[in-house]
Design a protein around this ligand. Sequence first.
Ligand code: PEP
Ligand code: MG
Length: 308
Amino acid sequence: KKELLTRLKGRKNITRDGHEIKIYANILNSEELELAVKNDAGGIGLFRTEFMCFDRPAFPDEDFQFYTYRKALEAMEGKEVIIGTYDIGADKIPDCADMSAERNPSMGCRGIRFCLERESIFKTQLRALYRASVYGQLSILLPMVIDVSEILRVKELIVQVKAELIKEGKKFADNVKLGAMIETPAAVMTSDIIAKEVDFFNIGTNDLEQFTFALDRQNPCYDRVSPKNHRALLRMIKMVCDNAHANGIKAGICGEIAGDPTLTEIFLELDVDMLSVVPSRVLPLRKAVRSISLKDPKKAENDLKLFL
Ligand code: PEP
Ligand code: MG
């Protein structure tokens, strides 16, 4: 039976045989936040905060960030909001970051590397995030992780930030989650170890594809060369999901392929917990999920063999 997209608002992302998956939205500003709400996203799967830093002389201060994060948390009314810490570097270099030119910026000082080198900028962001945390369900996501040691260092900084806030009499929630973006082959291959130090995984397939295929994601030949259902990528996604579940945490996908309807069934079969897509893809993806039945175990088995 055909279902109109708008009629799907308020409905579950559930297959015909009862398998549920979360569908969240990726956003980078308040217009997209509004679209996420309008399209009934189950949460925010990735708020790309680095875009706040463009076209301004300095990094946004703590209060500006606090109000921005608070607004997102309040708009989502208690649904999970995953906010990525600054993913600066590569193709996202705001003037205020004052970075010297790198020979190969996509393999340069980016994501969590940038944040750990620029500790005061990072701590300001963490303070704003924790202060905002009382206004909803906040999850913090660390981009470009390659090793568990980076997570441990961030946790030390979080302890410091919390101690400061307590001293200043500022409130924060005690249920803030910390997650790792799995977008390097190194993070995939050590995801069993990283899983023990974080509350969730979000697989960033845009970068993971680039580093797995050794193919610049901005190269014009990208679409011709990179097969979206390449076994290497699907095996990595499976490994990350398995390692997450073995350690009692969840794994989502927030790269472009999360919204690819030709892969929805395989993601369900791999037991991916969440797909995060541009706001306009939320309802079409819900529709796709609701048309699928995973009931036939032979079929699922064959699919997995085909792909894995
Ligand atoms: C990714 O790399 O898949 C991702 C979601 O982050 P970005 O596209 O911002 O690098
Ligand atoms: Mg990325």
